[in-house]
Design a protein around this ligand. Sequence first.
Ligand code: HPA
Ligand code: ZN
Length: 333
Amino acid sequence: MTAWAELHVHLEGTLEPELIFALARRNGLTLPYADIADLRSRYDFGDLQEFLDLYYANMTVLQHREDFADLTDAYLARAARAGVRRAEVFFDLQAHTGRGVSATEALEGVNDALSRSHERYGITSGLIVTLLRHLSAESAMEAYEQARASGVPLLGIGLCSTEIGNPASRFAEVFDRARADGLHTVAHAGEEGDASYVRDVLDTLRVERVDHGVRAVGDPALVDRLVIEQIPLTVCPFSNVRLKGVESLTVHPLADLLRRGVKVTVNSDDPAYFGGYLDDNLDAVRESLGLSDDEVRTLALNSIEASFAPAEVKAELAATWDYLAAGTTGGRE
Ligand code: HPA
Ligand code: ZN
């Protein structure tokens, strides 16, 4: 089976309605929804903020270590079926500590599942704590320190949540600190914000990958920079369409960026909310954008190269594509 790396998925965005109801029951909580169908009927978002409001509300069912472990394990099981062999997952720590959950309990729950991902699912994994850009720099630093103090292994830090009006430069200090501690750095930018937001995370946070980044497409000088500096973009097609950043998959800039030489990857972002996992996103863009088999293979190899996996893991995953002559992609089954 050919291998993919998923580099942009929020664990809380993999919280399926069924699990929301199961966890509410387990934790003795009453949800403000009549049933699963009622909840699903609200998954119609005008923009990023409308989505985030529901996303933060739903994650309140995550209360105990085992809840975070169950959430993470369910994602890994589904990702394995999508062909994912490397997962670098985002976790919004402040969204949990901000409502009274212990940072250590939440992180240990996630780690309970991640630490067994290879043995259970053949997936090597890493945890990226995504700092929330609508909160203060002090809150971000506090979250970073809590994450470090938990003793849970961290792969990196990221930045997400409301983009417009929340400049990334406020977080330069915590990003410098993480880098000095040997962690990797990524940030969301160019999802709703224009190309200047992408430049901002490159210049002020010096991130290694940009999450989304699709708005760079309108700025040829920036596209050239992404190509020259080989900065990967973790693109999330279903997310962009569902949050109205892109009108439809048939006009998604993924193909244009790929053909201009940008190291783009395909990812699911918040698959429980946006209509599908990595395999669903891939099937859809392949069809809607008319991607060739070679282009699909390039997307897979980009995801492996852009990951923060050790060189020997990258080589092993990339080798799954070797036996395929140009012109075939093989099944993910
Ligand atoms: N953008 C910003 N923040 C997020 C997202 C997203 O798509 N998903 C979860 N947090
Ligand atoms: Zn995201």
